[in-house]
Write a protein that binds this ligand. Structure first.
Ligand code: SF4
Length: 309
């Protein structure tokens, strides 16, 4: 190991950040490193994708979370569907999705997601959601219905990226019953930062247990998790977290740079250089992860299909 992540106290983060999610949402308190500047994406389906989503009244995490890859993914007719509304019941410090009191469920949403997946010609469909602590099943049945609707309408492989169902293990089991090819639940960060980043209801150990439970219930499902780097995690903390994920049987891993989506969100403490992402990816493979995507722009659903091939 030739370098160490700096150990940064939580107080030391204020004012040291800067960055952005997508161009219009930059928080420009610090010059963005060269490797986070991007050319306009190739491909000309941006309007097609955006128009279809609007026509079918669908939400995407790409838009709601101000993902920096939105232009690229939409241009290639890819998007990650966000079901169960666009208002989340958790106060995560990193996420730009609106929070508050969600609307009622739209019962035809599963069919609309399936229709969009079909018309976009998706070979791999990623379905995520806001966290719905207000619903008795946490939204599990809606996930289940959406997976089945997409499977009935397309030949696509299906990946779910779920909330933690922390008070609702039966809900988790119901989503597993739908048998998506990939079950993704993000670790997001190391345990020391967990509650600050993921909110007071989050639980590091449960995240690990969740991944293990999915594998125990259906060993044919690939489990996947991801972390954002640059939130002040140390290298040792990060490597321990990856080791924990392996211990609990996680198959696929994503590592990407955290980008502050607006002034009121957690600041970026450090921009991790691309070569460090590469090195961490190699370490993760040696630890036994089957597939790893590690890079500044990697998000849990970025080029997600490639992990399944
Ligand atoms: S990386 Fe994922 S969330 Fe971001 S734009 Fe692409 S599909 Fe959407």
């Amino acid at each position: 190991m030739t370098f160490e992540l700096p150990v940064v106290t939580e107080n030391a983060t204020s004012g040291s950040c800067g960055s952005a999610a997508s161009g219009a949402d930059f928080v420009p308190t610090q010059r963005l490193p060269q490797w986070l500047r991007r050319d306009l994406p190739k491909g000309n389906f941006n309007n097609f994708t955006a128009g279809l989503l609007e026509e079918l009244k669908l939400e995407t995490v790409c838009d709601n979370a101000k993902c920096p890859n939105r232009m690229e993914c939409y241009s290639q007719k890819t998007a990650t569907f966000m079901i169960l509304g666009n208002v989340c019941t958790r106060p995560c410090g990193f996420c730009a999705v609106s929070r508050g009191k969600p609307e009622a469920l739209e019962l035809d949403e599963p069919d609309r997601v399936a229709e969009a997946a079909y018309r976009l010609g998706l070979k791999h469909v990623v379905i995520t959601s806001v966290t719905r602590d207000d619903l008795p099943d946490g939204g599990a049945e809606h996930f289940y219905e959406t997976v089945l609707a997409v499977r009935a309408k397309t030949q696509a492989t299906i990946e779910v990226l779920t909330p933690d169902f922390i008070k609702n293990k039966a809900g988790l089991d119901r989503v597993v019953e739908a048998a998506p090819e990939v079950f993704n639940h993000n670790m997001e960060t190391v345990p020391r930062l967990y509650r600050r980043v993921r909110g007071p209801k989050s639980d590091y150990n449960w995240t690990l247990e969740l991944l293990k439970r999915v594998q125990e219930l259906n060993p044919s499902i690939k489990t996947k998790s991801g972390l954002m780097l640059g939130l002040s995690e140390t290298r040792d903390e990060l490597l321990q977290c990856l080791a924990d994920l392996r211990t609990f049987g996680c198959d696929f891993l994503t590592l990407g740079q955290y980008l502050q989506p607006g002034q009121r969100y957690l600041p970026v403490v450090r921009y991790v250089p691309p070569e460090e992402f590469e090195e961490l990816g190699e370490i993760a493979l040696k630890m036994g992860f089957e597939k790893v995507a590690s890079g500044p722009f990697v998000r849990s659903s970025y080029h997600a299909r490639e992990m399944t091939q």
